[in-house]
Design a protein around this ligand. Structure first.
Ligand code: GDG
Length: 740
C-alpha cells in the first residue's frame, strides 16, 4: 500500500463495548489480564509501530469500554498495563438490560442479520441506547486531547461519533461496523426517529467502515433516504465536511495462525484429535447464534448421509458450539433443537463403532482450536448471515500444509474474498450435501491450489493491513478536506485579481447561469437575468471573452442571453453557440442511443410523485420536482429515483446522473462543463481566467481549468474552487470591479 508523505502524531483512543481486559484480584492487589482478540493485536501493532501507518502514535492506547466491575470495586485500582490505559464505563444492570441485551441484542442484532421477526421494538430499549451512548461519551470527555485519533467499534455505539463530533469538531473519528448493514427495506423497519438518530450518529465520523461493498452500498442508500445526502463515489458531502464510507474487510493475524501449525502444543492437539475419529473429518465452530446457520448445517449433513452412503462409517463431523446468551429463551430453544437433531441423526445413522456427529457445547483453548482446524479435511461454515466470519479465515491461515477444503456460505462477508472455497447457499440442504461430498473427494492437488490462492490473499491483507488501510483513509480525508475547504474571497484577493486583470492581455470569463448570473427562484422559467446584470456582463464582453456555461437548453439560453456578445454553452457542454453565430453546434461526442431506455423510468416517477415532470432536452433527460405538491415526499422519491437509476445504468452506456437543485438529470459522460471549458481555454493563450458557479456540475469546470485560473464557488457548499463568494449579488459586485 502506498504510504502518504504526511505523518500525523497523536494518541489513539479505542472505544468498543467491552474493555479488552479481565480485572483479576490477587492477594494484595489487582492485575489486568489482556484478552488476545484480533482487534487487540491489530491495535497493539499499530501503537508499537509494527504496522507502518502514516499515524505516529504517542503514549499508551486509551481504551474506553464497559466493565462488569463496579466503580467501588475499581476504586484506587490502576487500570493500566504496558500497552493500554483503560477508562471504564459503568452501566447499571437495569440500563444494560435495556441497552445491551435490549436494543443491541434483541433489536439491532436480529434485524441487521435479517431476522426481523425476532426483533423487539421497545421504546425503553431506544431510550437506554441513547443514555448508554451518552455514558460512553461522558467517560471520554476528559480523556480526549486535541491530536487524539478516536476509533469507535460496532453497533453498540452508533450514536457516539456524532456526540463526540459536536464537542470535538477537529479530532479524527473513525467508526467500524462489525455486523452486516442491511438493505434499506430492513433498515426502514426501525421507527423514523431511531433511523435518524442512527444515521446522524454514525455520520459524525470522518471514516465509516464496513466489511463489504454491499454493506457500504446499503448504508449509503440509508444515508440518502434518511438525511437526504447523496454520495459521490465513496464520499458523502455534508456541506461543511466530508465523510468517507468504504469497505475494509477485517482479517486475522495470519502469521499467528500459520505459525501455530508447528507449535508443539498444536501438533499434539492435532494428533490427539485424529485418534478417535474416522478416515475423514469435518469441522465447525461457532458461537450459539441463529445467524450462524447451525440447524441448516445439520440438515445439510443429514441430507449428505442420506444420499452418499459410501461415506457411512468413514467420516466424523466435529461440531463445536461455543456457549453464548443461553439464558435467553430463543437461544435455549435453538439449543434444544440442535440437541434433538444431533440425537436424531446419531440414532438414525450411527453404529456401535461409528458416531456420525461429535457435538460439544463448550469453548476451547487456542491450541485445541488450531489443532482441530489442522486435523480436519473439511471446514463447514454455513451462516445464514454473517458480517465477515473469521473462523473461515483462521481455518485457511492455519493450513500450513496447504490441505483441507473450505465449504463456505455465500451469506458470510468472507465469501467475497474466498472465491476458491466451495460456496454454498445455507438454506439449500442439497447444495450443502453435494459440497461435502465434493470436498471429501477432492484431490490433494486441487485442495492445494485453492488453499494457496486463498492464503496468498489473506497473507497480503491481514489484520494489520486492515488497520493500516483504515488509518490511511482517515488521513486522506484530511487532504480531501484541505482541497475542498471553505475560503471566502477577501478584499485583498479582489485587489490582487483586479491587478492581474489589468495586466493581462487576453482574458476569459466563465459564468454559470442559475445561481451565478441570476438568483435561484422557485419556477425555473422565472429565472430571467436582470437588465443591470446583463449590462455588467455586456461591458466585460466588449473587452474580453465571456462564456455563459449552463445546463439549460439552448432555447432558454438564447432567450435570456442570446443578444449578448458571448459564447453560450448549453446542456452542460453538449451544445455550443459561438459568439456572433446564430446556430448551436452539437458536441461530436454525443450519440443518441439511450433516452428510450431511461425515459420510462423517469415517467414512472412522475406518476409516483404528483407535480413532478420530465423535461426532455436535446442531449439529456431531467426529472424536476421543484413543482411537486409535497416537497418532503418528492425529495424521498428523488432519492429513490437516483438510486434506481444508478443501479440500472450500465457502465458501457456512459451515462451520468446529476443531482442538481430540485432536479435529477441523466446525460452522457462524454462531455461536461469541464471538457467544454477546456476547449475554450485551448483556443487562445489567455493570461487571465476566471470561472464562477454555484452548482455541483461547475466542479467539473473548476477541476478542468489550468492552475493559474481563478475559480470561485458561489455559496458555502464544499468545492474544489479556490475561493468562495456568498451569493449572486456578491458576484455582481465583484464583476463591477474589473476595470481596464
Ligand atoms: C462479529 C461478527 C465478524 C470461537 N470459539 C472459540 C474461539 N472462537 C473465536 C474464533 C474467531 C472468533 O471467536 C469468532 O469470530 P467470528 O467472526 O466468526 O464471529 P463473531 O463473534 O460473531 O464476530 C462477525 C467479527 O465480528 C469481526 O468483525 O467477522 O461477522 O458477527 O476468532 O477463533 N476461540 C477460541 N476458543 C473457542 O472455543 N480460542
Amino acid at each position: 500500500m502506498n504510504q502518504l508523505p504526511i505523518r500525523k502524531k497523536g494518541r489513539l483512543i479505542i472505544v468498543a463495548y467491552r474493555l479488552p481486559f479481565k480485572i483479576i484480584k490477587n492477594g494484595s492487589g489487582t492485575s489486568l489480564f489482556q484478552n488476545s482478540g484480533g482487534l487487540v493485536s491489530a491495535v497493539l501493532s499499530l501503537a508499537q509501530g509494527a504496522t507502518n501507518t502514516s499515524f505516529e502514535f504517542e503514549d499508551k492506547i486509551q481504551w474506553i469500554g464497559y466493565t462488569d466491575n463496579t466503580a467501588e470495586e475499581l476504586e484506587g485500582v490502576t487500570l493500566e498495563n504496558d500497552n493500554f490505559k483503560a477508562h471504564p464505563v459503568f452501566i447499571s444492570q437495569e440500563l444494560n438490560d435495556n441497552y445491551y441485551e435490549g436494543f443491541c441484542n434483541d433489536l439491532i442484532w436480529p434485524l441487521f442479520h435479517y431476522f426481523p421477526t425476532l426483533a423487539k421494538f421497545e421504546n425503553e430499549f431506544f431510550e437506554a441506547y441513547q443514555k448508554a451512548n451518552l455514558l460512553f461519551y461522558e467517560a471520554m470527555v476528559d480523556v480526549i486531547q486535541p491530536d487524539d485519533v478516536i476509533w469507535i467499534h460496532d453497533y453498540q455505539l452508533m450514536m457516539l461519533p456524532d456526540l463526540i463530533r459536536q464537542k470535538f469538531p477537529n479530532n479524527k473519528i473513525g467508526f467500524f461496523f462489525h455486523i452486516p448493514f442491511p438493505s434499506y427495506e430492513i433498515f426502514r423497519l426501525l421507527p423514523s426517529i431511531w433511523r435518524d438518530a442512527i444515521i446522524d450518529g454514525i455520520m459524525g465520523a470522518d471514516v465509516v467502515g464496513f466489511h463489504t461493498n454491499d454493506y457500504v452500498e446499503y448504508f449509503l442508500k440509508a444515508v440518502r433516504m434518511v438525511i437526504g445526502q447523496g454520495n459521490r463515489m465513496h464520499y458523502v458531502n455534508l456541506n461543511n465536511r466530508l465523510v468517507k464510507v468504504d469497505a475494509f474487510p477485517i482479517s486475522i493475524d495470519y502469521q499467528k495462525f500459520n505459525d501455530a501449525f508447528d507449535d508443539p502444543k498444536v501438533s499434539k492437539a492435532r494428533q490427539e484429535a485424529r485418534v478417535p475419529l474416522m478416515e475423514k473429518v469435518i469441522f465447525s465452530v461457532d458461537r450459539l447464534d441463529y445467524s450462524k446457520g447451525l440447524l441448516n448445517r445439520l440438515k445439510g449433513y443429514e441430507r449428505f448421509l442420506e444420499q452418499y452412503e459410501e461415506w457411512h462409517g468413514r467420516v466424523s463431523f466435529v461440531m463445536m458450539v461455543v456457549p453464548s446468551r443461553d439464558q435467553i429463551e430463543q437461544y435455549q430453544q435453538m439449543k434444544s433443537e440442535i440437541d434433538q437433531m444431533v440425537g436424531r441423526i446419531g440414532a438414525q445413522y450411527g453404529r456401535i463403532n461409528w458416531q456420525p456427529i461429535i457435538y460439544q457445547y463448550r469453548s476451547m483453548p487456542f491450541e485445541e482450536l488450531v489443532g482441530l482446524y489442522t486435523a480436519s479435511d473439511v471446514a463447514l461454515i454455513t451462516p445464514v448471515r454473517d458480517g465477515m466470519n473469521l473462523v473461515c479465515k483462521e481455518y485457511v491461515a492455519s493450513r500450513k500444509d496447504e490441505q483441507g477444503v473450505l465449504v463456505l456460505s455465500e451469506m458470510a462477508g468472507a465469501a467475497a474474498e474466498l472465491g476458491e472455497a466451495l460456496i454454498i447457499n445455507p438454506t439449500d440442504s442439497q447444495d450443502i450435501a453435494d459440497a461435502i461430498n465434493k470436498a471429501l473427494a477432492m484431490e490433494p492437488e486441487d485442495q492445494r491450489k485453492r488453499m494457496v490462492a486463498m492464503q496468498q490473499r489473506l497473507r497480503e491483507y491481514d489484520v494489520f493491513a486492515w488497520t493500516n488501510d483504515f488509518f490511511t483513509q482517515m488521513l486522506m480525508i484530511d487532504q480531501e478536506h484541505k482541497r475542498l475547504k471553505l475560503d471566502y474571497l477577501t478584499d485583498a484577493d479582489i485587489v490582487e485579481m483586479n491587478q492581474a486583470y489589468s495586466k493581462a492581455k487576453k482574458r476569459l470569463f466563465f459564468f454559470d447561469y442559475d445561481g451565478t448570473l441570476v438568483p435561484i427562484v422557485r419556477e425555473p422559467e422565472d429565472a430571467i437575468i436582470s437588465a443591470e446584470t446583463k449590462a455588467i456582463v455586456a461591458e466585460l464582453a466588449e473587452r474580453d471573452t465571456v462564456v455563459v456555461i449552463s445546463g439549460r437548453d439552448r432555447a432558454f439560453l438564447m432567450n435570456v442571453v442570446g443578444d449578448l456578445p458571448v459564447h453560450i454553452v448549453a446542456e452542460h457542454g453538449a451544445l455550443i453557440r459561438k459568439k456572433g453565430e446564430r446556430e448551436f453546434m452539437m458536441n461530436p461526442a454525443y450519440v443518441e442511443d439511450w433516452k428510450d431506455g431511461i425515459r420510462p423510468i423517469l415517467e414512472l416517477y412522475v406518476k409516483r410523485c404528483p407535480g413532478a415532470f420530465v423535461e426532455e432536452k436535446e442531449t439529456s433527460l431531467a426529472w424536476h420536482y421543484r413543482t411537486a405538491d409535497d416537497h418532503e415526499y418528492a425529495l424521498r422519491r428523488a432519492q429513490e429515483l437516483a438510486w434506481q437509476l444508478k443501479s440500472f445504468i450500465q457502465p458501457e452506456q456512459a451515462l451520468q446522473i446529476i443531482e442538481g437543485n430540485m432536479v435529477i438529470e441523466v446525460k452522457k459522460t462524454a462531455f461536461n462543463k469541464g471538457t467544454s471549458a477546456k476547449s475554450f481555454v485551448e483556443e487562445d493563450d489567455f493570461d487571465f481566467i476566471l470561472a464562477m458557479g454555484d452548482d455541483t456540475t461547475d466542479e467539473d469546470m473548476f477541476e478542468a481549468l489550468p492552475g493559474s485560473a481563478y475559480t470561485v464557488k458561489v455559496g458555502d457548499a464544499l468545492s474544489i474552487a479556490k475561493k468562495h463568494i456568498k451569493n449572486q449579488y456578491a458576484v455582481m459586485e465583484l464583476l463591477t470591479t474589473f476595470k481596464e
